[in-house]
Design a protein around this ligand. Structure first.
Ligand code: NAD
Length: 518
């Protein structure tokens, strides 16, 4: 095992020595992470383990949970749960590693992140295939997620070299006044199952790039992508303890880590209710939070838009990852004069989408990621029918093995229906009419969420009005442009606190210290 313990000292010469050693590790062909388990039919599925203090820890008598394929229901592997002792070990390792990592050169952090980006590209097919097996999304989408995330690593590699403080001109010329940005400390992060690679790697890159250490609990249902991230950083030469991965019962792990005095920052991506619970726990212990929560993204299609183009693009975008996307278009407001044309093209595009096992190269939409999401979809449809809604397409689980739900289009819904007020997080599109611009913006802003939003218009005046008045962290006009590494991603209102990506990415991981001397 590669071991590097530069801890317990902060002297400049020692830090320099550590830097040289680390440079050597990065430059030397990596001592590869342990070989994957014996290959059988599920052939190449990831070996599941904890990753603590630079070591992959197997189940070894620990409690485990089954990981299944949502398309076939086959068991893929067994995920070990961390014991309290494991969590204490991860906390101690992260605390110890922080004492060295906080002083590491940004050039070194950059070099490791750059290497992670490259390894991620090299392994995209393998990581993507494992993600399709345990999450269900089509292989092309999975591999696309890995490739985009390789760019996230590149972006953080660039930006972490540009974390600056500032000097403030003093009132007294003999005084010096400086503002220092310092890494906040040990971070605890909790990431979900819909984009298992994307959501985890963004948090890990931001923490590590800023000089923090991190303990991450990934999604137990779809764990392979997070395991792959541990291997990437391990193989890229990250010192032990800087990144630790644990699994278990989500509420038990988050409760234990957030209460620990070692943890100084908490980052969560997931649902609004769980986010509020975690933020309140973090607040009780006065810990910094970044919250990327759910939304209920309004789509406004004005009559002057290119209606067929908008309908086709929105239909395909709606079914990406079977609609299990926090920025998925979820409430459609279409101008009454464009409504019929929009609906016809939208429905025919949805009908042309091939639903199936994500491993089939023809598949364009896979299953829902878990059994529990199927009755959740049915509940939305039942509520719509009770309130007089019309189901124009789909509305039911598919009659086949796996957690499949048919792409669904619902119209004529009242504003207070479940579909118009709660995030469906699945392949259901509720479509309504509007006639007045001010009124539709008011309807778009009527919910407590404010993550993403979509506007289709050919009028600059309408586009500007929408951009200025929609309450959302992201406003996309005539295209889908969110979630690039160089752009900030985050929500307003109940949809979250803070941003990931863009030049804002390190904000949540840095403290501000004022130093003055005479
Ligand atoms: P859920 O609310 O039970 O869980 C959401 C995520 O939070 C999961 O990854 C889960 O493991 C995790 N989680 C739950 N309780 C936790 C706790 N106490 N501590 C730490 N992590 C915890 O719902 P679900 O059935 O998994 O997903 C359905 C809902 O979650 C959807 O309706 C959607 O709104 C939301 N969701 C949002 C995102 C997002 O990207 N913002 C991602 C996944 C799920």
């Amino acid at each position: 095992m590669r071991s590097l313990r530069c801890a317990n000292t902060t002297s400049f010469s020692t830090v320099k020595t550590c830097y040289k050693v680390l440079r050597h590790i990065v430059a030397t062909p990596a001592s590869h992470s342990p070989p994957r388990q014996t290959r059988t039919m599920h052939d190449m599925y990831e070996t599941l383990a904890l990753y603590i203090d630079g070591e992959f820890v197997s189940s070894d008598g620990r409690k485990t949970e089954e990981v299944t394929n949502p398309s076939t229901l086959d068991v893929l592997g067994h995920l070990p749960h961390a014991t309290t002792k494991d969590l204490d070990r991860a906390l101690a390792a992260a605390a110890r590693a922080f004492e060295t990592w906080r002083h590491s050169s940004p050039m070194l952090r950059s070099e490791i992140l750059r290497k992670v980006g490259q390894l991620s590209r090299d392994r995209a097919q393998e990581i993507g295939r494992n993600m399709t097996l345990d999450q269900g999304k089509p292989l092309a989408e999975a591999v696309g997620e890995i490739m985009t995330c390789s760019e996230h690593a590149d972006w953080h590699a660039e930006e972490c070299r540009r974390i600056y403080g500032r000097v403030i001109t003093p009132r007294n010329p003999e005084v010096r006044q400086m503002v220092l940005r310092e890494p906040i400390g040990v971070c605890a992060a909790f990431t979900p199952w819909n984009f298992p690679y994307n959501q985890a790697i963004r948090k890990v890159c931001a923490a590590i790039g800023s000089g923090c250490t991190i303990i991450l609990k990934g999604p137990e249902d779809s764990p392979s992508a997070v395991m792959a991230i541990a291997r990437l950083f391990h193989d890229a030469g990250l010192p032990p303890g800087v990144l630790n991965i644990v699994w278990g019962v989500p509420s038990e792990i988050s409760d234990y880590l957030i209460r620990s005095p070692i943890v100084r920052k908490v980052s969560f991506t997931g649902s609004v209710p769980v986010g509020k619970h975690i933020a309140s726990l973090a607040g009780a212990h006065m810990k910094r939070v970044t919250m990327e929560l759910g939304g209920h993204s309004p789509v406004i299609v004005f009559e002057d838009a290119d209606i067929d183009r908008a309908a086709k693009q929105l239909a395909r975008f709606k079914l990406r990852n079977a609609g299990q996307v926090c920025v998925s278009p979820t409430r459609f407001y279409v101008h009454e004069k464009a409504y019929d044309q929009f609906l016809e093209t939208f429905i025919s595009t949805i009908q042309s989408v091939k639903v199936g096992d994500g491993m089939d190269p023809e598949t364009q939409m896979g299953p829902l990621a878990h059994a529990r999401r199927v009755p959740a979809m049915t509940k939305f449809v039942e509520n719509a029918l009770e309130l007089g809604g019309k189901v124009l397409l789909g509305g039911e689980p598919l009659d086949r093995t796996g957690h499949f739900f048919s792409p669904t289009v619902v119209t004529d819904l009242p504003e207070h229906s479940m579909l118009m007020t709660e995030e469906p997080f699945g392949p259901i599109a509720p479509i309504t009419r509007f006639s007045d611009t001010d009124d539709v913006i008011k309807r778009a802003n009527s919910l407590p969420f404010g993550l993403s939003s979509y506007v289709f218009t050919n009028s600059l005046q309408t586009a500007t009005k929408a951009a200025n008045n929609i309450e959302a962290g992201m406003v996309n006009i005539n295209h889908f442009g969110s979630a690039l590494p160089e752009t900030p991603f985050g929500g307003l209102k109940d949809s979250g606190i803070g941003s990931e990506g863009g030049s804002e990415t390190f904000e949540g991981y840095l403290t501000t210290k004022f130093v003055t001397h005479i």
